[in-house]
Design a protein. Structure first.
Length: 254
């Protein structure tokens, strides 16, 4: 039963967005938390901005000179976390005011859950889009090999459960969350809430060729039979098509 939670965030060159994210955490209706921020070798003014918050009781800041990537820094933050439940947020995103309260209530009502995510609003300077992922554990596991049904910056999870399967794979420079969910699908119980838990700023999101590579790598590493390997190659074609359409401006993120 989560009475207190640890919020973890890794940041890199986030001077333009980080304060909105911090404010959204400080404004949570659920107040029993610690907020661990890992500065992963930022070259801009991120470190200077974080200095303003170093004396806040709930905030712990760790600055590094070398950039190690999201997976390595999230593992570091988990190891520093005092509490048994971990809340994720990304450095461009904004938590809904009751986000943690909704998730704590869900864990209290369903103690066998390991990962609880939720819905989101994706936005940029011109548009916004509501995203409602599939909700039940059964449906999530049916679809997870074909797409990522869990919004990473919306999740709360049991630290014990994630560490038991090895934490984030630091070899994945992108799509770390998708690899984690695929690896854990036999051991973890998932649920997505219908409530909007996070607003995701996709203004700077870039769907790069690296994304395609790591999505394929995750599927191949966690394929259980020849059929899934074959399916991975068909999905690769779909992912590459999306990549081309985005590059040509024929498809938008939102």
């Amino acid at each position: 039963m989560p009475k207190k939670v640890s919020i973890i965030m890794s940041v890199y060159n986030s001077e333009k967005t980080i304060e909105k994210t911090i404010f959204s955490v400080l404004n949570q209706s659920f107040k029993s938390y610690e907020f661990i921020i890992v500065n992963d070798g930022s070259k801009d003014n991120t470190k200077k901005i974080l200095e303003k918050y170093k004396n806040k009781n709930k905030i712990k800041i760790f600055n590094f000179k070398k950039n190690m990537g999201l997976a390595a820094r999230l593992n570091f933050a988990m190891n520093k976390a005092q509490y048994s439940y971990i809340v994720r947020i990304d450095d461009e995103d904004i938590m809904s005011e009751n986000r943690i309260k909704f998730q704590v209530n869900e864990f209290n009502n369903n103690k066998d859950l390991d990962v609880v995510g939720g819905s989101a609003i994706y936005f940029n300077k011109k548009y916004k889009k509501y995203v409602y992922p599939i909700q039940s554990d059964t449906k999530i596991k049916e679809k997870i090999f074909y797409l990522n049904p869990i919004i990473h910056s919306s999740v709360m999870f049991k630290k014990r459960s994630i560490k038991k399967i090895g934490g984030y794979n630091k070899k994945f420079l992108r799509c770390q969350d998708y690899e984690l969910w695929l690896r854990g699908r036999k051991f973890l119980k998932f649920k997505n809430l219908k409530e909007v838990l996070v607003k995701r700023n996709v203004s700077n999101f870039k769907y790069e060729f690296e994304n395609i590579f790591y999505l394929l790598k995750a599927r191949l590493e966690h394929s259980e039979n020849l059929s899934q390997i074959t399916t991975s190659m068909f999905i690769l074609i779909k992912d590459f098509t999306i990549f081309i359409l985005l590059k040509l401006g024929l498809k938008k993120i939102i």
